[in-house]
Design a protein around this ligand. Structure first.
Ligand code: ADP
Ligand code: MG
Length: 441
């Protein structure tokens, strides 16, 4: 029953929430209702506050009657009776679970096979694979950073899964940084810091997701710093993700930042159009949803923000098509996703691109649109033109028109110039990506 409930919730919650909070729960059906066991009080509180009501209503739908769902900290398997030992025997050392039963928290679906490679994530994928093939020896730590929904968590799980596939004896532990914080607070509260330390330091690979969450949490950073050092020194693999380059995370201790730079940091960038379309087709295939290339192209063209949104759109489409018993054609997609596509298109008008680009480069809008050719204006103007071409459906002449009546060849030249720079110049590529993020985020 609990499994079916989870399947239902899968469609509603982000994979991350599901994995962080609901998958770790263990269930026991009883005659009076459902009993859920949380691994720690932190998880328990979060589940109760955020998900309990929803779980109860799904349970009611599934069973046809109201069920009480009880939450407690613990485990569904009855505790083994304490072995009797002579009073004189020394207390047993902290029990360490064997590797096979080690609670790694990895999602088996997130693998390298299901990860679609493109220019934007090629390096990240290659690095994660290398690390997984030689944990502790290739790059340590490996840090994947980049905006939300771009596949960092997926790659991290893929690396963890591959490490275990290579050698099932290896202990891999995946945690979201909130969970790390949660267990630490719990350990402090129950005065079991030794076990906490032991738990983290006994692994072959420690994977911590979204470390920007450590910002401002001094005790956590301190503890993480020590864990990091211990693992690093004994060549255990550390893989981390962050939503931006760690040097740019405020309130992260400088010594921690510097440690993070000891290994390899790789940016995961937003996928380009072709990769978005390929990801969409792959996801549709996995889900057994018939989507043709035109639909994939339509969605890939219009939803640029991130892969998660793209996947969300596909899920909506599949559910509706199923409900109405209709095939997913481009018309059906346009119709079904009208509001969603409109939201994604909202910011993306030529005037808005001009305004945001002007703000970004700190020039006045009227200067950007003027005929003045000084370099300090010409470059931002070219960005704005290239962005208009990239992000809207307008033709070159239309874009030229919107930029104070310029010729379409000027626009074409701007697009080519910017593309060349974006490919060769890191600084300019960052500007370009930042602008795209602002406009599509
Ligand atoms: P992040 O951790 O960067 O926020 P996730 O790893 O959670 O992003 O990715 C969001 C969703 O998009 C996941 O369902 C993931 O499987 C999917 N995804 C992202 N990039 C790819 C890719 N290149 N190929 C296949 N799926 C992807
Ligand atoms: Mg993530």
């Amino acid at each position: 029953l609990w499994r079916r409930c989870l399947e239902r919730l899968e469609g509603e919650l982000s994979a991350e929430d599901l994995h962080t909070w609901l998958m770790p729960l263990q269930a026991r059906d009883s005659t009076t209702g459902l009993q859920l066991f949380a691994p720690n009080p932190y998880t328990l509180d979060t589940v109760r506050d955020r998900y309990l009501a929803r779980i109860e209503s799904v349970m009611e739908q599934l069973t046809g009657h109201a069920l009480t769902v009880r939450l407690e900290v613990g485990s569904s398997s009855p505790r083994p009776a304490p072995a009797t030992r002579p009073a004189s025997a020394p207390a047993p050392a902290v029990q360490e679970p064997a590797a096979a039963s080690f609670p790694h928290n990895l999602d088996p679906h997130y693998t390298f096979e299901t990860f679609v490679e493109g220019k934007s994530n090629q390096l990240g994928k290659a690095a994660a694979m290398q690390v997984a093939m030689n944990p502790g020896r290739a790059y340590n730590p490996l840090l994947l950073y980049g905006g939300t929904g771009l596949g960092k968590t997926h790659l991290m799980h893929a690396a963890g899964n591959l490490i275990r596939q290579q050698n099932p004896e290896r202990k891999v532990l995946y945690l979201r940084s909130e969970q790390f914080v949660g267990s630490m607070i719990e350990a402090l509260r129950t005065k079991s810091m030794d076990q906490f330390k032991q738990r983290f330091r006994s692994v072959d690979a420690l994977l911590i997701d979204d470390i920007q969450f450590f910002a401002g949490k001094d005790t956590t950073q301190e503890e993480f710093f020590h864990t990091f050092n211990a693992l690093f020194e004994s060549k255990q693999q550390i893989i981390l993700t962050c939503d931006r380059y760690p040097k740019e995370v405020d309130k992260l201790e400088p010594r921690l930042k510097s440690r993070l730079g000891w290994g390899l940091s790789v940016a995961i960038e937003p996928p380009d159009f072709e990769t978005r379309a390929a990801i969409l087709l792959a996801k549709a295939h996995d889900k057994g949803v018939a989507v043709d290339e035109n639909v994939a192209m339509l969605l890939a063209k219009r939803i640029r923000s991130n892969v998660r949104d793209l996947e969300g759109a596909l899920n909506t489409l599949a559910a509706r098509a199923n409900f109405y018993g209709k095939p997913i054609t481009t018309d059906f997609a346009e119709e079904t996703l009208r509001d969603l596509l409109a939201t994604h298109a909202q910011a993306i008008t030529v005037p808005n691109i001009q305004k945001i680009t002007a703000e970004y480069f700190n020039v006045r809008l009227q200067d950007l649109l003027s005929k003045r050719r000084v370099r300090s204006l010409a470059r931002p103007r070219q960005y704005a033109m290239a962005l208009s071409k990239e992000l809207t459906e307008h033709s070159l002449p239309e874009i030229g028109e919107a930029f104070g009546g310029r010729d379409h060849t000027t626009v074409l030249h701007a697009c080519r110039t910017i593309r060349k720079f974006v490919e060769t110049d890191t600084r300019m590529r960052q500007d370009w990506e930042q602008l795209i993020r602002t406009l599509t985020g």
